[in-house]
Design a protein around this ligand. Sequence first.
Ligand SMILES: C[S@@+](CC[C@H](N)C(=O)[O-])C[C@H]1O[C@@H](n2cnc3c(N)ncnc32)[C@H](O)[C@@H]1O
Length: 273
Amino acid sequence: MEQPETEHRSLEAEKAATYRPTDYEHEFTPAEIARGSHRRRVGGMWRTMGELQLRFLRSRGLRPEHRLLDVACGALRGGVRFVDYLEPGHYFGLDINESLLEAGYQHELSAQQRERLPRANLRATDRFECDFGVAFDYAMAQSLFTHVSLNHIRLCLYRVGQAMAPDGRFFATYFGAAGTHPVDGVLPAKKGLWTERNPYFYYRSDLRWAARCTGWQVRFVGDWGHPRGQLMAEFRRPTGAQRLVREGMRPGALRGTARRVPGVEAAYRALRR
Ligand SMILES: C[S@@+](CC[C@H](N)C(=O)[O-])C[C@H]1O[C@@H](n2cnc3c(N)ncnc32)[C@H](O)[C@@H]1O
């Protein structure tokens, strides 16, 4: 049935008042960068959020010799901390916005820090192209999943997965909703959180689905001290046995070496649950 025009108008007005899509590819001008717009675009709280990211990854085992991929690194809010901590050349970042990367590199890093970070380690890409020719031990996406659709998350997990070392760990933040929260509901937050609008919230089952169809296992870390309540999820590659099962090897059909992989039966049962 067609909606009465007045009701339709008021819904549009309500949406216009509360929702302004962000143009993530907006090219920041030198004047905007001088006014600090690049810092505001990534959410402000420059020092707090940069230090929180480094502290968190160190608490999860990040060491200077590791290679880290910062997915949606923006203007290097985390990058300025990681570049000092990691061995030279071991920090890599990608973002959809070239001007943010450039602002970070030229305005936020000192000359000494730039010597530790080849500019080629920062890449603008709108499809998570993260083949830098190295295998990453850690990856982090701080406040990316909060701003992209589930299809983007799937693509991100798929591509990052291809660039990781076998035991690599990928940490990503998100806004979470209880499984009982209605799909068409809006979570209370400063601007509201929606399933279909930026900033997005996700159910655990959404992230489980995206992980499963891209070959990851997800573990929900939960609260990690984010000042705006973003939660943390950890993605890891399944163990050898679990990977064999996931790739379609059923216990009864295992041949040769694969058959002797310890734990394959248990992994099969766990994945079926
Ligand atoms: C809230 S900021 C966080 C930036 C950074 N992780 C930090 O903590 O400072 C979100 C970032 O996601 C980037 N972004 C948005 N959509 C993207 C996409 N499809 N691919 C890559 N980056 C994206 C934005 O340009 C922005 O830098």
